[in-house]
Design a protein around this ligand. Sequence first.
Ligand code: GTP
Length: 597
Amino acid sequence: MNMDKIRNFCIIAHIDHGKSTLADRLLQFTNTVTEREMQDQLLDNMDLERERGITIKSHAIQMNFPYKGEEYTLNLIDTPGHVDFSYEVSRSIAACEGALLIVDASQGIEAQTISNLYLAIGHDLEIIPVLNKIDLPGAQPEVVAEEVMEMIGCDREDIVLASGKEGIGIEDILNAVVERVPAPKGEVEAPLQAMIFDSVYNPFRGVEVLFRIFNGTINKGDKIKFVNTGREYEADEIGILGIQQKPQNELQAGNVGYLISGIKVAKEVKVGDTITHVKRPCSNTVQGFENVKPMVFAGIYPVETTDFEELRASMEKLQLNDASLVWEPETSAALGFGFRCGFLGMLHMEIIQERLEREFDMTVITTVPSVQFRALMNDETYAVVNAPSDMPEPNLFKHIEEPFVKASIITASDYVGPVIQLCMEKRGQIKNQVYLTSDRVELTFDMPLVEIVFDFFDKLKTISRGYASLDYELIGFKQSNMVRLDVMLNGEPVDALSAIVHRDKAYEWGKRLCEKLKELVPRQMFEIAIQAAIGTKVIARETVKALRKNVLAKCYGGDISRKRKLLDKQKKGKKRMRQVGNVEVPQEAFMAVLKLD
Ligand code: GTP
């Protein structure tokens, strides 16, 4: 295939600006899918994705488009929009020469529009700005066009107006891709150099690796090597990605394709890794490879202690197809055997919990999420603190350090005051304030990651009536005065309710947590004391009064069916309860810290 006739591009956008809808239209217009195959949001083919209406994993698809009498091959790489998956976005971007920057004409530029744009510019991509949703009555294409021109320094004529919903501007977009996105460069004869930008787990065929070839040629049956993992495989099947996979004998520089080589474990495939030949390896790897690191940690425990082995088997299966999930066994005095898991972010954590329940029928308790702290020990080494129980004894370390992020928030100017106040409450420091237009502002803060992990985003949305968007990136560790706050139920410490909090906030936190737990822990036949403590010092206390009446007392007269109904009802309610000592604790209690005010 002639490289001049290939265009590799991705679509970047803030969440909900209409990326998937627009991608569907491009596929329809180019007859890549037939009407019959067409379902809404075709590229989001995981059930969960469709239900949540967000793209979780990137996918790629090839389209053919005739332009001025010549046939062009357009490789579209879809990218996830959520901040949890930003590393995948960066690899997808690195596989392309151009990007469609989709901006909702009724919303304007948002935080992820900017962060994704910077990523794309950083990789020298040709940017094609598209104002989408111009069919909406509230669309303000001219106002938003000004913002876009200001931001990327383009001309008004460069901006394409579109509506994915109504199918407006679709041909203009495809024309712009052919005219403006540069054809790939690379040498077909050079040693193979390809980059993995995604992988898809297929339980029958093994892991399908998606890659972009920068140099060289790959043939079916070639002996290949993944440079960063050092593993070698045979290219059992290679091909291009349509709605169905189309096997090929050969793929050359400039192209995008898939590879199947009997890999059974998702972890063996690292996004960003370089593929080359065993015999004639390339001298340089593709730049920018990173091992993705989990940002949020939490314990996952079976509700029934006897389900532990089954949970382990389920986690192992999940990990086969989600390489970013990490876990290790953990024992909690209160909850017994479980797992300490690392997630890319809160959304990722919710997804894992949901998948455990849906796909594996497990009922699990998730404990308070936290981040990775580290303790500078007396001997000048660092100890990793992934859980409150990892916190060393106070006499053994010098200080605790916590991860900080640079957070960028875009909001309407009316809400600047409340947003700054919220960020200060969350121990943020304002670093910059830029007016994008007369009424839209970008605020930049340095903030502890742990404060963002909790309910920050919900709060931000509330105080700004939805007019705020957030993006953040890790900038490093800073010394912080963190302490471990313990919770006791009837004098028994419940380790799964402990949290690492800032000392200045510990008192308030303990008090509110006890109040919240009092609401959540059901009354029982005896009184339950709820206490919060730092070390041996109790800082707050609440009491759950004893229940006086036996619930079954109502079922007078031996009406067995009624009794059974009531017991059944109670059993259902118990589904997500854990017995801790003699106290029953519901799942919500373990998450109570997320909703303290
Ligand atoms: P993520 O995958 O979550 O990042 O979202 P997305 O950017 O792919 O957005 P998606 O295509 O899922 O669209 C988000 C919402 O906007 C959906 O409810 C769509 O129906 C709606 N939408 C998309 N395009 C248009 C459009 O051109 N006009 C109007 N009125 N609504 C649209």
